[in-house]
Design a protein around this ligand. Structure first.
Ligand SMILES: NC(=O)c1ccc[n+]([C@@H]2O[C@H](COP(=O)([O-])OP(=O)(O)OC[C@H]3O[C@@H](n4cnc5c(N)ncnc54)[C@H](OP(=O)(O)O)[C@@H]3O)[C@@H](O)[C@H]2O)c1
Length: 340
């Protein structure tokens, strides 16, 4: 029997290209879990904008993926074999940073058992109860200091992080404004997620539309670039900007600088970055809390599903063209049945 994995083939200079990744087919029998290890069959992969950073040869919060290495990424899977002394069991559903592969051997301590709370599904652990939702949760909590009645603006609002940030903002009693890239996304944000107003940044009236909402107290920024520069001119006194991401610049060979940063001085504003991984010790508490909100329907989510591991390299650029609404995931295999 064989399995497929997708490795980094070459580093793109700008946009991800058809030659950026390549598929390898390898014998499965060579993948044996050693002591304290498990063999996982991967069922779902999470696709994330950060992957563009992982394949760039530059200093960041994680080392770059090497040429020829399995592409890095989080997955959901099922343990199909355990090595001697492993603390896990066959049949367990787990998340791990297995990367883009149909099977992976992982160390026990690099695997998290998923206990699915009532009313949610295992796949939520790659979305609202995974890095995406947790990013919105901790970013809003620790870099925004959002108070009831304040105006919160969220960019990349129809994506996996942004859609949670909008809904948590409403829960916190803020007036929530969203920025997204199509009328359909804006409609979803207003009608399904309950934001007060969604603005289409591709509309010729965007600059005026942004003025119409007045000055803002908190900007949860997923996109950076021109939109961040524009928002810098629309800050209230004491405004906070959470630099969650800057997807508009991830493919750029020379990221754009900001023109309007001096408003931060006049408005006594704060611009702060954060990385969700720093909050790992607090994940269980946040997962429990958000799991309840998912189960009672007060937090909604949407998945954008592509099928088959070889769809991953083709689908990843969708994050940069706006092809996804909600969380982009790859279905690698049906839920695996094991002999328990
Ligand atoms: N700090 C952290 O720890 C952390 C952790 C996870 C994610 N992030 C960041 O959070 C952001 C959102 O990630 P995600 O996983 O939720 O992705 P996502 O929002 O589901 O997908 C990306 C979305 O960004 C929008 N976009 C792409 N290019 C754009 C551009 N040039 N200008 C404006 N919008 C653009 C697209 O929607 P439109 O149709 O609206 O253009 C696209 O659907 C990313 O910047 C990511 O790097 C940060």
């Amino acid at each position: 029997m064989h399995y497929k994995r997708i490795v980094l083939n070459s580093r793109p200079v700008a946009d991800i290209e058809p030659t950026t990744f390549r598929t390898e087919v390898l014998p499965l029998e060579k993948l044996k879990p050693g002591p304290g290890e498990v063999l996982i069959q991967i069922t779902w992969l999470s696709l994330d904008p950060a992957m563009r950073g992982y394949i760039r040869d530059a200093r960041s919060y994680l080392p770059p993926v090497k040429i020829g290495e399995t592409m890095r990424g989080m997955s959901l899977g099922v343990i199909v074999e355990v090595g001697t002394g492993s603390t896990h069991s066959v049949g367990e559903v787990v998340t791990s940073a297995s990367g883009w592969t149909e099977y992976a051997v992982m160390k026990d301590n690099a695997v998290d058992k998923v206990t699915v709370p009532p009313g949610v599904i295992a796949l939520d652990f790659l979305n609202t109860l995974g890095t995406s939702g947790l990013t919105a949760y901790f970013g809003l909590r620790d870099t925004c200091d959002l108070k009831p009645g304040e105006k919160l603006l969220v960019s990349g609002a129809a994506g996996s992080v942004g859609s949670v940030a909008c809904q948590l903002g409403k829960r916190a009693g803020a007036k929530v404004y969203a920025i997204a890239g199509s009328p359909e996304k804006c409609k979803w944000l207003e009608q399904e997620l309950g934001v007060d107003k969604a603005l289409n940044y591709k509309s010729p009236t965007f600059r005026d539309d942004l003025r119409q909402i007045g000055f803002i107290d908190v900007y949860f920024d997923n996109v950076g670039g021109d939109i961040l520069d524009m928002v810098l001119t629309r800050l209230n006194k004491g405004a906070r900007i959470s630099m969650c991401g800057a997807i508009s610049q991830y493919n750029a060979t020379q990221p754009k600088g900001l023109q309007n940063y001096q408003t931060l001085i006049a408005m006594r504003g704060k611009l702060q970055g954060f990385i969700v991984l720093d909050y790992a010790a607090e994940f269980p508490v946040a997962i429990e809390e958000m799991g309840k909100w998912l189960a009672d329907g007060s937090i909604k989510r949407q998945f954008h599903i592509v099928e088959g591991i070889e769809a991953a390299p083709v689908a990843l650029p969708m994050l940069f063209s706006g092809g996804n609404t909600g969380k982009l995931v790859v279905k690698v295999a049906e839920h695996v049945k094991t002999k328990l």
